[in-house]
Ligand binder design. Structure first.
Ligand code: GDP
Length: 474
């Protein structure tokens, strides 16, 4: 297999230390067992407790997944329009919101929620989301069947009568009104204080009484689960290294389909394989941030030169000796735009470097605009997240979930380019590879308000480097 030709070190553990189940047909999803060849070694191995939990989750999913008897019973219950309490199998349905990075943040968060609450994760696949990921659980499916009785999943919002906000805060009198077959949980960035009752311990019993939770979010809300004392013990067993939640669960769940894996491996083999070192550079310009491309490029160069991620140029124009034996470094640029790549590439072929290194610059695509509604656009986004995750070092743009996916999968602590208003420094080294929970402001629970939430969770959860009001696991 030519795509593996570059592998020179000892055979790597294709099951990622027991994280992955061996029960799959390898050819149906090549990335599942081949990704390990491209990533560096796991920065820490999954705990035996996590491995056992995943195997028992897989058994649960096999027993309760689509088309099983318990699934059919739960659907009957849902159709009857009222909830009669916990059933043999209980489900949490992921409803997509926003770009691919945001979606991935939430899939991982909802999966952890399912693990902690013995629920079965089903995912609603819109057309733009098809053929991106392989099935993660053996002998079953995580795709919500198309005949699921709740039809308007994309239109559910915090104001729907059966939202967690309305039901849990008792705006709906569940004593006199029969609760419906499901509860909608709204956890996008605009979630209000009351939506976040979802995390509060006083509502857990009521929450558990719904066999169907439909959950929409664009957030990495794992830090909120870490803050909840009800999960503390279990989380410490699952993740003795608290900073590897996304790393392990992402590598467990997110396997690109053979079609996307083809994009990834062909690109890697054609452009990146021969470099001695690979630097990933993710440039995300948010529409609400005013920054010119020259300012952005300055910021990138200031960061990468100061942190010695890229060499400076020799403006005297010296030519490398013919017997050049310097190092070949590849820079993989990912961004929606084309100008950065050209400027960087030109800079490094028009000048010699001060270190004698040769710098090759590549960019797989420049889509110009976000088009989450287009499947092939999303395939390229996934390809680039993966390629970035194969880097030796990574520079990302602050606040971007696209970059979080790459750092988490790769097990990398990136240098984060900061918003330009903070002029100095140009970037900050992430304290952990975990993504940031951008909008936790409303997640205090009534019983806990008055205490300083930040202090309380200081042991595991801190302010993010890139979003002042955000929280991340450290
Ligand atoms: P975020 O908005 O940066 O948090 O990341 P998301 O992934 O949620 O949304 C941004 C979307 O814009 C991506 O999913 C892609 O569709 C597109 N996009 C942004 N940056 C890039 C890039 O560097 N490469 C590609 N191919 N697409 C990008």
């Amino acid at each position: 297999n030519s795509s593996l030709a570059f592998v020179t070190d000892a055979p790597k553990d294709k099951l990622l230390g027991g994280l992955l189940s061996p029960d799959f047909d390898e050819s149906s999803c090549l990335s599942r067992y081949q990704s390990a060849l491209y990533w560096k070694q796991l920065s820490n191995t999954p705990s035996p407790y996590l491995i056992a939990k995943l195997r028992s989750y897989e058994a649960l999913h096999r027993r309760c997944g689509p088309n099983t008897e318990p699934y059919k019973n739960a659907i009957q219950q849902l159709k009857s329009n009222h909830s009669a309490g916990r059933m043999e199998c209980n489900y949490v349905v992921w409803v997509p919101s926003d770009g691919l990075g945001n979606r991935i943040m939430t899939i991982v968060s909802v999966f952890l929620y399912a693990l902690l609450n013995d629920k079965v994760l089903l995912t609603h696949h819109s057309d733009d989301f098809r053929d991106l990921f392989c099935e993660p659980f053996p002998e079953s499916s995580w795709v919500l069947p198309s005949d699921f009785p709740v039809k308007d999943l994309e239109n559910l919002y915090t104001y729907t009568p059966w939202s967690s906000k309305n039901v849990l805060r008792k705006k709906v009198d569940t004593k006199n009104v029969l609760p419906p077959g499901y509860l909608y949980v709204h956890l996008t960035h605009d979630a209000r204080f009351s939506d976040h009752s979802f995390f509060c311990e006083e509502y857990q019993q009521l929450l558990q009484s719904f066999p169907w939770l439909l959950l929409r979010s664009n957030q990495y809300f794992v830090p909120a689960l870490f803050r909840s004392s009800q999960y503390e013990k279990e989380l410490s067993l699952l993740f003795p290294e608290t900073t590897s939640v996304f790393h392990h669960l992402g590598r467990y769940l997110l396997h690109p389909t053979n079609s996307v894996w083809g994009y990834i491996t062909r690109y890697y083999d054609a452009y990146l394989v021969h470099a001695e070192e690979r630097v990933g550079l993710q440039i995300r310009i948010f529409p609400n941030v005013r920054i010119s491309s020259d300012q952005m490029l300055d910021q990138i160069l200031n960061c990468s030169l100061y942190e010695k991620l890229l060499p400076g140029i020799d403006s005297e124009g010296a030519v490398n000796p013919a017997t050049w034996g310097g190092k070949l470094k590849a820079v993989l640029v990912t961004t929606l735009y084309s100008g950065y790549f050209e400027k960087l590439r030109n800079m490094y072929y028009e000048h010699a470097t001060t270190t004698g290194e040769l710098i090759a610059v590549y960019q797989p695509s420049h889509e110009e605009k976000q088009h989450t509604e287009q499947q092939n656009h999303n395939k390229k986004a996934l390809m680039e997240m993966y390629l970035l995750s194969f880097s030796d070092s990574l520079i990302t743009s602050g606040c971007s979930t696209f970059g979080y996916v790459a750092q988490g999968l790769g097990g990398l602590k990136p240098w984060i380019l900061l918003r330009p208003e903070k002029e100095s420094p140009a970037c900050a080294r992430a304290v952990s590879m975990e993504p940031c929970f951008h909008a936790p402001r409303a997640y205090q629970c009534i019983a806990e308000t008055g205490r300083n939430a930040r202090e309380e969770v200081a042991r595991h959860v801190r302010q993010c480097e890139d979003v002042a009001e955000g929280l991340k696991i450290v």
